[in-house]
Design a binder for this molecule. Sequence first.
Ligand code: G
Ligand code: G
Ligand code: MN
Ligand code: NA
Length: 254
Amino acid sequence: HGQQAELRRAVRKGELVLYYQPQVDANNGDIVGVEALMRWQHPRDGLRGAGDIFPLAEEIGLVCQLSDWLLETACADLRAWLDRGLARISMAVNISPHYLDQDDFVERVLAAVTRHGLAPESLKLEITEGIAIRNVDDAAGKLSRLAAAGVRLAIDDFGTGYSSLAYLQMLPLHTLKIDKAFVNEIHDDSQRVPVVQAIIALARGLGLEVVGEGVEREEQARFLLRNGCHIIQGFLYHRPQPAAAVAALLAAQA
Ligand code: G
Ligand code: G
Ligand code: MN
Ligand code: NA
């Protein structure tokens, strides 16, 4: 309960912030998108990750409030970058199952996009494979309405959950993100990493964009590029960072 009180206090005091991790086109190193990742600037412990926030938020019924805030902040930051004349990039946000369950989920997402005058295509919702399990038809219906409005949908951590292949057919996906567990298996001496190659082939066969996540080493980037995955998110290029730092990177790229 102490932890729960602490999270409530953190929200009141504005200790929660969004960091953004750039995704680059490995052909030229240009930033083509970012993923918003929540952080807790804890006065005593320093920066805490989302894993310290969402499970607690779930326990105290704070998920929807946090999700509204994160969507609003991400859209406002993207708007500010566009207003400065910086490159048009995509903004990816992770969607919690509980938020997706809300009756007005679709309206909340579209309202945030509209409020900031963003093209719906610039927003990408990241859904993990487990998310739709609770009510697949309901989730698929909502996500289809958003897709029809132009909002893009990414399946996150692909290959680690259940029913992956079924979801590929049920959800109106735009992007597939290869989980970093698979990227991790790419080493210098691996001539062939069959699972990664198969996932890329699957994504391309379905006409999906494919993002390689958790890329930390050159040889991993080279392998992905050689095998048809050119959008890369990983510490090799950029770590998650505050909005101002991303703006500086985009300005340097212009
Ligand atoms: O960046 P980090 O290691 O804190 O992320 C840990 C996990 O938390 C990741 O799986 C990520 O998808 C999730 N996560 C990070 N930020 C958010 C967020 O804003 N909303 C939701 N629902 N999940 C997030
Ligand atoms: O939502 P998702 O599970 O995709 O969250 C991405 C997570 O992966 C974040 O916690 C982010 O900080 C982390 N991440 C991104 N790139 C790298 C990387 O190159 N190495 C490691 N270890 N983690 C990464
Ligand atoms: Mn994600
Ligand atoms: Na992921």
